[in-house]
Design a protein around this ligand. Structure first.
Ligand code: HEM
Length: 177
């Protein structure tokens, strides 16, 4: 016996859902890049790469927050139910946006390190004993790891393979993220 799954089953609603999602993300990034410099109260202008990493980082954070709101909202008011549909694509896009954020972080802060990038990422800030300057990157790594695991296992194949109970437990990891 074997499962015959196609990678992704598309239909019109999914196309529209994804198109709207991608448009909103693009508009957010463009607006962040255009308008956020006006709110800076620093004397030196912030580098474009840093602006970009902040744009994608904050976008991923907002998307994650919104994903967590969809479930309760759909229970409170059925008009939000359509958002539940295809929520997995929302999660995968969040993972991609967070991945782009990491790409900017690495290419700005870790590109010229003498050790490997991953080693630099894990060892450049180890001030775990203090609140100010605490290595917040660890939280980002932890979150991104969860997002990647959930994105990779988001397909129906994994739902069937892992059983709905295990799959659901795994995907509750989004709350830790
Ligand atoms: C390996 C994973 C990650 C690393 C190493 C990392 C690292 C960083 C670094 C170095 C900054 C500072 C950028 C600056 O100079 O302003 C930053 C900012 C930020 N990151 Fe991440 N990040 C990671 C993952 C994430 C994820 C998964 C999210 C969201 C879900 C996220 C959200 C943010 C946000 C919102 C900011 C802007 C903070 C601010 O400007 O005050 N990051 N990250």
């Amino acid at each position: 016996m074997s499962d015959a799954y196609r990678p992704v089953l598309w239909n019109r609603v999914k196309y529209i859902y994804d198109a709207v999602l991608i448009c909103v993300v693009v508009i957010y990034i463009l607006m962040f890049l255009k308008f956020s410099p006006q709110f800076h109260d620093v004397t030196r202008t912030v580098e474009v790469s840093i602006l970009r990493m902040r744009a994608f980082g904050s976008c991923a954070y907002l998307m994650l927050t919104f994903i967590l709101c969809i479930g309760p909202l759909a229970r409170i008011d059925r008009r939000f139910a359509p958002l539940l549909y295809n929520r997995r694509h929302f999660g995968v896009l969040t993972c991609i946006v967070a991945g782009i954020h990491l790409n900017y972080v690495i290419n700005w802060y870790y590109v010229f390190t003498l050790v490997d990038t991953d080693v630099a990422l894990l060892t450049s800030n180890v001030s775990f004993g203090q609140a100010l300057g605490f290595p917040f990157e660890v939280f980002g790594m932890f979150t991104l790891l969860i997002l990647v695991i959930l994105a990779v296992t988001s397909h129906d194949f994994w739902l069937s393979f892992l059983t709905p109970r295990v799959w659901k437990t795994l995907h509750m990891g989004i709350y830790f993220a």
